[in-house]
Write a protein that binds this ligand. Sequence first.
Ligand code: FAD
Length: 455
Amino acid sequence: MKSIAIIGGGASGTLSLINLLKEKTSEQIHVHAIEKETEYGLGFAYSTDKDFHLLNVPAHNMSAFPDNKSDFTDWLNKNGYSYDVADFVPRKIYGRYLRDCLDKAIKNKSDDVTVTFINKEAVRIYNESSRTFIQFTDDEILETDKVILAFGNFKPSNLRLEDMNYISSKNYYQNPWMNDISERINKSSDVLILGTGLTMTDFVLTLMNNGHEGKIYAISRNGLLTMPSAPTKPYPSFYEEIKGVKAFYELLKSINRHIKIAQNTGMDWRSVIDCLRPHSSAIWIALPPDEKRKFMKRAGHLWAVARHRMPRACYDKLSDLRSKERFEILKGKILEIKQNDSSMSIKYGSKDSREINTLTIDSIINCTGTETDYEKIDSPLIKNLMMEGIIRKDELSLGLDATVDGRIIGKLGMATRNIFTLGPPLKGVLWETTAIPEIRQQAKAIARLVLNDES
Ligand SMILES: Cc1cc2nc3c(=O)[nH]c(=O)nc-3n(C[C@H](O)[C@H](O)[C@H](O)COP(=O)(O)OP(=O)(O)OC[C@H]3O[C@@H](n4cnc5c(N)ncnc54)[C@H](O)[C@@H]3O)c2cc1C
């Protein structure tokens, strides 16, 4: 019997498990599905209990299965949800869908495949002879043949400042995805959100829904707000023109040229960005490391706001709050956070710190995004895996080093025979890898790889 352990029961782990249950195999398989939180199948993104936390991908592109693109929209119809294919559905409904897909896969699985759910935190993985062992917080050990690391997204890191006392304040929240933060924040208090991306948007909506009356500020170095989605027509692919391009500026020139062409013909810039999506990973892989760095430095922030767009309804809500001066976006780098008796004073400034501004607020919520630098991630499992050289970070600190098909590359630079990953940890390798349209393909491929790999 072959045994496979999946660490992480978010979307990546759940889709890997579903695919393992669906694949035809000639041998007996046992899967250990490991998740530290109480609910399996949701992860950070889909464990929200708020109706107004929406998917940022339209329903028609959120199927769990690459070979059945209408599975999610069919499921919505069958389950009495009246959403259009272009709608942005609440993320908690998507969580229900994932759970339902898993229940069906378990019901229809062959007798040759068995699964055990383990509600524990894995803290160490080690190899002895040709076997692999997983250790949990309670020191129990599990022996397995293969491991899929599906630990996904990690909470944001604290800002490194000279005075770090702010992190012990009861009014500082490092994990923005905890469901009950907004209830703990005084409605009349002034709040500073670190970050101006999609998590910030979620948080502002959560505060407003909770009847917040104080002023809300959000700050980032570039002060850029995520762009709103809009209906688009498909733009013809120009991948052949940029295939294998090795210089970032050449790529940028070509994309800008096509945006102009699109706009001159009455099309939207979004169509050009969207037509690149199926090829983003191939474009990224072709760029040498220094050119990837240039992209990150010069255009990473622009790509982030243009590619990962927010539903129009959320954008309109934020615009309305901004026009009423209840919400303000600040541009600058946080230089200092000082905890006073009941408030916090902030100093922030331009990149060169020539212009310094001050602000007094009551609470801070860290929405700077998931930590991707594996040297900074605060997880016993990651610390142990790094220390023992089983994993290493990719050269841009965007995730883990791995082969393009998800085989982990360890400290010695060799692909491991028994440890695999998918989803967010592959960002440095594939770039476009954090959302469902990519994760569903990877989950299918990784299930096949793990089942058929004899090494
Ligand atoms: C707030 C938010 C909203 C998003 N919205 C969308 C969207 O609308 N559409 C879209 O396509 N994508 C969206 N994404 C992208 C998201 O990354 C993917 O859709 C997907 O949820 C990633 O799932 P995951 O399983 O890789 O990671 P996660 O959701 O982070 O799940 C990882 C799981 O691993 C568990 N875990 C970690 N370490 C251990 C351990 N040592 N032992 C046991 N368990 C462990 C964690 O508890 C967690 O449940 C969103 C992401 C976020 C953060």
